[in-house]
Ligand binder design. Structure first.
Ligand code: CP
Length: 316
């Protein structure tokens, strides 16, 4: 079993001032984040928030693409650690007048920002932003590349469910090709010692190096059979260049996780990053059933993001 080491948080400085991708995190970094997130999860459950841990921290959520879970949970996380938090949405801003991304970020920083949380539809843009501003940057999802806080909250949800990651097997189902969640999860789970498998329509299977050690299987039954947890992915039509799927009903017929698939796997953990297309990629009976960790993922998202703001806030 992977040992989550004890540490004295007050004498500790997180080695990273930015969180841009899961590839930068070691098992020890993840252990630190989980240890602190566990404390924060307990504070959320008891509604007993610790004294303001990062007084005066100034957080700006800069969202250039839509979001519900990530944006709201970062806002709640910032509030709960006592930070000042401003939410900037590109829609309704001077971006519509042609203001560049660089000018937008420098303008927001000039008003006073210690930590930027950025979501953007373009791959890798978070790296350009981190090279432009002095503030810490957290990637809240860039294109199809990375969604590190989602991967952290997914693994944290499994950890809280009692999972030992050494030798643990995780299946990824659906539109893997366009999924930043899949890329970040594969990197993070492999760092923790887990093994990953995938299944989905052939045209939605990825070819990039991140998936080199991910075995592709031939059916949902096979995926469920050989794994301990399955992460179901959303069909990301907004990232598809052309109509790659002939029909959603055909997709559902072959790739929707249904109760019949879990009949022989009563202990399988089922995750979905949301938002869900119910009855297309996951049946409601599974999403809302006893195997589902989906709402736990949402709850843990706030705790993970509190921990990250605590850790990166130490740099300011
Ligand atoms: N999982 C996720 O990133 O959801 P949102 O797009 O609602 O933030």
């Amino acid at each position: 079993m992977y040992k989550f080491t004890n540490f004295a948080f007050m004498q500790f400085r997180f080695p990273h001032s930015h969180l841009l991708g899961t590839d930068q995190l070691t098992a020890d970094d993840i252990s630190v984040i989980f240890t602190l997130a566990e404390k924060q999860r307990k504070s959320i459950d008891s509604k007993q928030y610790p004294p303001v841990s990062t007084p005066g921290l100034r957080v700006v959520l800069a969202f250039f693409e839509d979001s519900t879970r990530t944006r709201v949970s970062f806002e709640k996380a910032a509030q709960r650690i006592g930070a000042e938090c401003v939410v900037f949405s590109a829609s309704g801003s001077s971006v519509s007048k042609g203001e560049s991304l660089t000018d937008t970020m420098l303008t927001l920083e000039a008003m006073g920002t210690d930590v930027f949380v950025v979501r953007h539809r373009e791959d890798g843009v978070i790296h350009d932003i981190a090279n432009t501003v002095n503030a810490s940057c957290i990637n809240a999802g860039d294109g199809r590349s990375n969604h590190p806080t989602q991967a952290l909250l997914d693994a944290f949800s499994l950890y809280r469910a009692g999972v030992d990651f050494r030798g643990f097997k995780v299946g990824i189902l659906g539109d893997v090709k366009h999924s930043r969640v899949a890329r970040s999860n594969v990197q993070l789970l492999q760092t923790l010692g887990a093994e990953c498998f995938m299944y989905g329509p052939p045209e939605l299977m990825p070819e990039d190096d991140v998936f080199k050690a991910v075995q592709q299987v031939g059916s949902i039954n096979e995926l469920v059979e050989c794994t301990d947890a399955v992460i179901v992915l959303r069909i990301q039509k907004e990232r598809m260049q052309e109509t790659v799927l002939s029909s959603l009903s055909e997709y559902a017929e072959h790739y929707c996780l249904q109760p019949k698939h879990l009949q022989h796997k009563p202990d399988l953990h089922v995750l979905h990053p949301g938002p869900m297309n119910r009855e297309i990629e996951i049946a409601t009976a599974v999403a809302d059933g006893p195997n589902s960790l989906i709402l736990e993922q949402v709850r843990n998202g706030v705790a993970i993001r509190m921990a990250l703001l605590n850790l990166l806030g130490e740099w300011h």
